[in-house]
Ligand binder design. Structure first.
Ligand SMILES: *Cc1c(COP(=O)(O)O)cnc(C)c1O
Length: 428
């Protein structure tokens, strides 16, 4: 079939993320991808600024990761995890528990980030059930937060951007505190926490856990907040007997300059969710890791088990490539690379602050954001970026990049130049 026919079928029959089947946004056919370059079917090559939504930290078609998949494929692609186990899952769990904040040591593998959030929420509810506090079944989270698209996860996403009104008859009503107002470099004052304190004081007895994205609120607005704020949330959770769930699905594996964003604040949550870059972008895998207190309590009394068990739990192919990707990351100089990306982004994006339509420029680790004063026409911006040979996909009023860590400075400059050009184009 020709690409024209294939794309016609795609347009009519295949849902893409958050789009219409009647008026779908354009999609570009990909032929292959290697390193930081995505090759389109028309032969054009685009420099990747997105890491396929935070995932491909080592770039595409990496020989080490390819090998991990191939050699596991010759052993077995999959076996059920009920009653069976295997080295890829065990070795991955051992490595992850060494890397995440100390005390997080009980690992639940599942298939996607959203499911790992569901798992974390269920753990929190079971925890309080066992402790004889069955009233603690609600969650506290932050406005502008994003935790996934399944119902439990959706119920803790920002109510406006998460379109809670659409599902209001079905969705659980949880508690929301305002998005943190103290920026990354700013101190956190009591006024920033007033609302949270009042929710915890009034409703602590109904709240099982506080779930948040540490330091970087991703898909809900690409906002960065003060580590001090996170530290104070940990204290408040302890004072009010509320578990703390850190959703590190986007921030994990070095993206913010620390291996996990919780480290900026020296905070250890009770439960952490990992996904996205876990497999270097090869396969869908996520992990929910909790501490002994949480796991021990859940398993301490009726029903004595944790009630979840996906079919593809601990998939060996996914675990093998996750192990290879994580080993590759920590054995390399990721910290220097992320730091040098951060320095270059700062140098090259800071001047965008003087462009009329740019409201704010934010950089943290290997993340660069231009917040515009208006929403972008995604199709038009995407097309401009393609003309400039880069793959950047804006959303709402945000032009942002989080490139693979392997990007060199010349390619990174092409990304920042394109961001600047599109920002200027919008202003004119
Ligand atoms: C992407 C994301 C999720 C959802 O992960 P999926 O794999 O898409 O289900 C949850 N939380 C955060 C912070 C994310 O960035």
């Amino acid at each position: 079939m020709s690409w024209t026919d294939l794309l016609e079928f795609d347009r009519k029959n295949i849902w893409h993320p958050y789009t219409s089947l009647k008026r779908p946004l354009p999609v570009y056919p990909v032929e292959s991808a290697a390193g930081v370059r995505i090759k389109l079917a028309d032969g054009r090559e685009l420099i990747d600024g997105m890491s396929s939504w935070w995932c491909a930290v080592h770039g595409y078609n990496h020989p080490v990761l390819n090998n991990a998949v191939k050699s596991q494929l010759d052993r077995t692609a999959h076996v059920m995890f009920g009653g069976l186990t295997h080295e890829p899952a065990i070795n991955l769990a051992r490595l992850l528990t060494d890397l995440v904040p100390r005390g997080l040591e009980k690992v639940f593998f599942c298939d996607s980030g959203s499911v790992s959030v569901e798992v974390a929420l269920k753990m929190a509810i079971q925890y309080w059930q066992v402790l004889g506090k069955p009233g603690k079944t609600k969650f506290l989270s932050l406005e502008k937060g994003y935790h996934g698209d399944t119902f439990g996860a959706m119920s803790v996403c920002d109510p406006v951007t998460g379109m809670h009104s659409l599902f209001s008859g079905f969705l659980r009503k949880n508690f929301f505190a305002p998005s943190p107002e103290c920026g990354f470099d700013e101190p956190c004052r009591d006024v920033h926490l007033r609302e949270i304190m009042s929710i915890l004081e009034q409703h602590g007895a109904e709240i099982a856990a506080f779930i948040l994205e540490p330091i970087v609120q991703g898909a809900g607005g690409m906002k960065f907040y003060s580590p001090e704020y996170l530290g104070k949330i940990r204290q408040l959770c302890d004072e009010h007997e509320v578990l703390l769930i850190a959703d590190e699905i986007a921030t994990g594996f070095g993206r913010t300059g620390k291996l996990f964003a919780c480290e900026h604040a020296g905070v250890t949550p009770d439960i952490i969710c990992l996904g996205k870059a876990l497999t270097g972008g090869y396969l869908s895998l996520a992990a929910t890791i909790c501490n002994e207190k949480t796991a021990g309590t859940i398993c301490g009394a009726f029903p004595g088990v944790f009630m979840h068990g996906p079919t593809f739990m601990g998939n060996p192919l996914a675990c093998s490539v996750a192990l290879a990707s994580t080993e590759l990351l920590i054995s390399g100089n990721w910290m220097e690379k992320v730091k040098s990306i951060e320095d270059q982004l700062t140098k090259e994006l800071a001047p965008c602050g003087s462009i009329a339509a740019v409201r704010d420029v934010r950089i943290l680790g290997a993340i660069g954001v231009l917040e515009m004063d208006r929403n972008l026409d995604v199709a038009a911006a995407q097309s401009l970026f393609r003309e400039m040979g880069v793959w950047i996909r804006p959303f709402l009023n945000l032009i942002y990049i989080m490139p693979p860590y392997i990007i060199d400075s010349a390619d990174l400059s092409r990304l920042t130049t394109a961001m600047k050009a599109v920002a200027e184009n919008i202003s004119s």
